[in-house]
Design a protein around this ligand. Structure first.
Ligand SMILES: Cc1cc2nc3c(=O)[nH]c(=O)nc-3n(C[C@H](O)[C@H](O)[C@H](O)COP(=O)(O)OP(=O)(O)OC[C@H]3O[C@@H](n4cnc5c(N)ncnc54)[C@H](O)[C@@H]3O)c2cc1C
Length: 403
């Protein structure tokens, strides 16, 4: 029986393991971090196509319970003027909505479900190298141990070591000039209709808030930072420094940002954000491939990174099931996925840059956005059907790419 070594137990890793099990392929998952270290911070927008991918392998149940539905986004400028309102996502025929959920809870739920279904996940195993041996591949870990399998799949995130093993000249992650900070405030209400995320193009900072049905508020801010912060700079910032900085950035803007900054439970933490421009080689044609963020990370503003990683995991399992050999499975996977994911990376990059706009761009943006949102509201999200309307039928066979 084929044995797959999966590197990384974030979003794609556990789901790939479950999908492979369904097609009769054994796997072992190796995760760098210790068990229970799922504190990946922040909240994420989990869009309907991600849930669809989970549903394809009957894994949606635990994730559906995690989040709060979000069906509209409204935008205001620094003066509080409404620039527009539009649906968060395309309205799918199955009624699946987009959710907002803690990133850590998503990781924990997927890991737990995979383990319940028999996945072998070993924590504290940092991959440091991999080589082809005989008909398979040998992985080396930082603790000096090795593991051997027929294939190796890098689900190891944006800073993927597997990407560099496949192609030492692979592109590096691209810094996106806005940071991420945010969370959830219990017993704190904001005046926004239910299920609506209000997003403010503040004068100096993008800031967003959404009421939750339990009387709380989810919020995030994207402080601009033109240059990539050196290692340790963000983690070295104290809670008080974050709050002071956010107050400064939002000063003069109309809205609840200052109350949110004061009420947010601490300590506040911030993340630098990255995406991946085009990664030329996703696989080595033989026995190693990357999926998820390792192959095509999108900036968080697209709200799609997790969903894309899940789609990849399920589609790769189908390709391995239906293609005559591994090289055919890898090229078929790439043919099915590349155009879609690269379109989303471009979309995410554009929206991140608009959050860090200078004064001139701000004026143009405030004039243009109402027209764009008007159009988006009129088509009621239909133009986004290619994105959130994506559906995977797990039983439908994949047509192998002709070679
Ligand atoms: C602040 C922030 C906000 C975000 N917001 C959103 C959002 O709103 N919506 C959305 O869909 N996405 C969002 N994302 C992106 C989303 O989290 C990722 O797209 C998604 O997690 C990708 O899944 P993955 O499995 O490919 O990689 P990851 O989830 O990053 O998992 C990679 C795993 O590999 C492990 N690993 C790394 N190196 C090694 C090694 N050498 N050996 C073994 N294991 C290793 C890591 O520890 C990790 O567990 C956000 C990300 C950030 C940082």
């Amino acid at each position: 029986m084929t044995h797959v070594l999966i590197v990384g137990a974030g979003v794609a890793g556990p789901v790939l393991s479950m999908a492979l099990e369904r097609v009769g392929i054994e796997s072992s998952v190796f995760e760098r971090d210790p068990a229970g270290a799922e504190q990946r911070g922040s909240w994420l927008s989990f869009q309907a196509n991600g849930m669809d991918a989970l549903r394809a392998i009957d894994a949606a149940g635990p994730v559906e319970k995690l989040g709060y539905p979000n069906d509209a986004i409204s935008f205001v400028n620094g003066k509080g003027r409404l620039l527009g309102r539009m649906p968060t996502a395309a309205r799918r025929p199955d009624g699946q909505e987009s959710l907002v959920m803690p990133r850590a809870a998503l990781y924990a739920a997927l890991g737990e479900l995979a383990r319940e279904r028999g996945a072998r996940v070993t924590y504290g195993k940092q991959l440091v190298g991999a080589t082809s041996v005989g008909g398979g591949v040998r992985a080396r870990f930082a603790d000096g141990t090795t593991a051997t399998g027929d294939l190796l799949v890098g689900c190891d995130g944006i800073h993927s070591p597997v990407r560099t093993i496949i192609d030492p000249r692979a592109t590096r992650p691209r810094y996106v000039p806005v940071l991420n900070v945010g969370g959830y405030i219990p017993d704190f209400t904001v005046e926004v209709p239910p299920k609506e995320f209000r997003m403010q193009f503040g004068t100096r900072c993008f800031f967003a808030w959404m009421p939750t049905p339990d009387g709380g508020t989810v919020w995030f801010a994207n402080p601009p930072m033109a240059r990539e912060p050196e290692r340790g700079v963000l983690s070295g910032k104290s809670d008080a420094e974050w709050r002071r900085w956010l107050h400064e950035l939002m000063s003069g803007d109309v809205g609840p940002a200052h109350e949110i900054i004061d009420a947010a439970p601490g300590p506040l933490l911030g993340w630098a954000t990255y995406d991946m421009p085009v990664v030329e080689h996703w696989h080595n044609n033989r026995n190693m491939i990357i999926i998820g963020d390792a192959a095509h990370a999108t900036a968080p503003s697209a709200g799609q990174g997790a969903s894309m990683a899940l789609e990849d995991a399920v589609v790769l399992a189908k390709c391995l099931r239906d293609c005559p050999d591994v090289p055919a499975a890898f090229s078929t996977f790439e043919a099915l996925r590349r155009e879609r994911v690269e379109k989303i990376v471009k979309h995410g990059h554009r929206s991140s840059n608009s959050k860090a706009a200078g004064p001139v761009v701000r004026v143009v943006r405030d004039l243009m956005l109402p027209i764009m949102f008007g159009r988006a509201a009129k088509d009621d999200g239909d133009s986004m059907m290619w994105l959130q309307g994506h559906h995977i039928d797990f039983d439908e066979p994949v047509t192998p790419l002709a070679r």
